[in-house]
Design a protein around this ligand. Structure first.
Ligand SMILES: [Zn+2]
Length: 350
């Protein structure tokens, strides 16, 4: 039988005279990996594995705490300030203008980059080391997003594509320290989502099965990148990651946010916090993530909801960005910690 999912590795050799070994000829072997769905490439040079510190200097904890301390007194998410300062939705969409669950509050972004662009306060603490993210606070934030999704459907708001996202700390693009997520969507899918939806459809047509279910089964069988499950969510590291330390959590039973319930959100929140603990154990201080959904108002059997989490550059003075021409212009990703090593690290997280 033809293999449906192929984990393709292409080997390249790079030769030069190396002054580190007396100008002798040195050949380094590179592994180019291709994502089985998208063909997106990443490159792994084992020689770089010991040189992670040259790309990612250690996080400067004193600097993080100093910046957090300075911004706390003026933070619009701290204490009750959000009640006075943050915008509200029209009553017809959200009764009371904001969605409030536990310590989470969802409200409009003052400067939207999409038709629907909400900000969500994640807990009342202004700064959290990654290991202190709590499943309950993350769960509440996810719950506000699904509540918003319900309101959008009920009011026929014309939003068919919704995503839940996050930036944490400056190097990951966050403008404030206080943990916050963002629910973003519109009548058009975002570029990445559009390509994933298209590729999932093609795979379905070719194989008569869903890529996301097949991927989970295959990775479970292969084992080296499979991390485990939290409720209905299956976690693994990407064979050809499109970001540093990429982890994905797939809801094999859910095609869009409309189908998702509390058990799904609990699984997502628990796994998310474990990834945060794992990153923390690797001295990582920042992250980005997105939760993707198939179209909200139709049922797309070729797609499954999933979360994708990556780490970003650490916080230290004069840090260098982790996205350079390789990622931004050539759209290839650099692997410093191999997906197999990352999965084994994360499997150990209690
Ligand atoms: Zn704050």
């Amino acid at each position: 039988m033809k293999e449906k999912i192929l984990f393709e590795k292409h080997v390249q050799k790079s030769t030069f005279n190396n002054p580190m070994i007396g100008n002798k000829s040195d050949t380094q072997v590179l592994e180019i990996r291709k994502d089985p769905l998208t063909g997106n490439q990443s490159v792994f040079n084992p020689v770089l594995e010991d040189k992670v510190a040259a790309f990612f200097a250690p996080s400067d904890q004193a600097l993080i705490e100093k910046m957090a301390g300075e911004s706390e007194p003026i933070c619009f998410l701290c204490e009750d300030r959000w009640k006075q300062i943050t915008p509200t939705y029209p009553e017809e969409l959200i009764k009371g203008g904001r969605i409030h669950i536990g310590q989470a509050v969802l409200f409009p972004n003052l400067f939207p980059v999409a038709q629907m662009h909400a900000v969500i306060r994640v807990g009342d603490r202004h700064y959290l080391p990654l290991k202190e993210f709590e499943p309950i606070r993350v769960l509440e934030a996810f719950q506000t997003s699904l509540k918003l999704n319900e309101a959008l459907i009920e009011t026929n708001a014309g939003i068919d594509f919704l995503t839940i996202n996050g930036n944490y700390l400056g190097p990951a693009g966050a403008s404030i320290a206080h943990p916050h997520f963002q629910t973003v969507g519109g009548d058009l899918p975002f570029t990445y989502l559009e390509s994933i939806l298209e590729k999932s459809k093609l795979y379905y047509q070719e194989n008569n099965s869903c890529y996301w279910e097949d991927l989970v089964n295959k990775e479970k069988e292969t084992g080296s990148r499979y991390i485990g499950e939290t409720g209905p969510v299956s976690w693994l590291t990407s064979f050809s990651p499109q970001g540093t330390n990429e982890v994905i959590g797939i809801l094999t039973g859910k095609r869009n946010f409309k189908e998702m319930g509390n058990e799904d959100l609990e699984g997502l929140a628990e796994g998310f916090c474990r990834v945060m603990k794992g990153y923390d154990s690797m001295d990582i201080s920042t992250f980005n993530f997105s939760v993707y959904s198939g179209p909200i108002n139709t049922t797309d059997d070729t797609f499954r909801c999933y979360i994708r989490i990556i780490s970003r550059q650490n916080v230290y003075e004069n840090y260098r960005t982790d996205d350079y021409f390789l990622q931004k212009m050539l759209r290839n990703e650099l692997i410093l910690t191999s997906p197999e090593v990352l999965a084994s690290t994360l499997r150990e997280i209690p």
